[in-house]
Design a protein around this ligand. Structure first.
Ligand code: HEC
Length: 187
């Protein structure tokens, strides 16, 4: 009788543990992801604007090549990893992964249907991924818009010399340019 009682409790505890997802509720990751992606964006945009103001857009491209990844990763910790991923990349280190490709496709479909794109949280056993779409803004056209109209010819030449396999030109305002991926490692 006592043994049965214990077994019943053990089952209750096991079921409770399984139904409780690891980590915190989605709302926590959405909020933290929003803050971190906003902070990382401001860091990159601020540094870029300073570089353009100080030495012109041509030098700013070189600045990006040297610093963009380090600035993206600046807020990383042992448990949080921030990436900017995309399909048509300039730097091949920012290529979509298998997991992020699924999110990318969903965002593309929604955008084509005229829906608004919201951040999402994807949970796996040991990590929680936050994704947020990056849409192209007017200020991005100088380096990611149409060659020879938005991007001056001399700048096209600089970009192509620094990134011979560049895929990140020819975008229009409002297009899906990339994704923030913020990966929270669970204990
Ligand atoms: C001065 C030129 C310049 C401007 C302006 C600029 N970018 Fe970029 N962008 C770059 C360069 C250069 C890279 C590659 C950086 C590297 O090597 O890591 C890049 C990389 C990226 C990436 C990472 C994916 C990839 O293709 O490697 C994203 C996303 C991105 N830019 C979005 C934007 C958005 C959105 C804006 C406007 C808010 C913008 N960029 C404005 C030059 C620019």
């Amino acid at each position: 009788m006592r043994n049965r009682f214990h077994i019943a409790w053990l089952l209750v505890v096991l079921v409770a543990c399984q139904s409780e997802p690891k980590g915190r509720p989605d709302a926590y990751y959405l909020k933290t992801g929003d803050s971190l992606s906003a902070a990382a964006f401001q860091t990159i945009r601020g540094a870029l604007q300073t570089a353009i103001a100080d030495s012109g857009v041509d030098k700013a491209i070189r600045f990006c090549q040297l610093n963009a990844l380090a600035l993206t990763h600046q807020l990383n910790t042992d448990f949080i990893k921030i990436e900017r991923l995309t399909e048509r990349y300039r730097n091949s280190q920012n290529q979509l992964t298998d997991e992020s490709k699924a999110i990318w496709d969903t965002y593309k479909t929604k955008l084509a249907a005229g829906d608004s794109l919201q951040p999402v949280v994807v949970r796996t056993a040991n990590q929680v991924d936050y994704y947020k779409p990056i849409l192209l803004q007017p200020m991005c056209l100088t380096c990611h818009g149409q060659p020879n109209s938005n991007i001056p010819a001399s700048l096209v030449a600089t970009i192509d010399s620094l990134y011979p396999n560049d895929l990140a030109k020819g975008f229009s305002v409002g297009e899906l340019r990339g994704l923030w991926q913020i990966r929270f490692q669970l204990p």
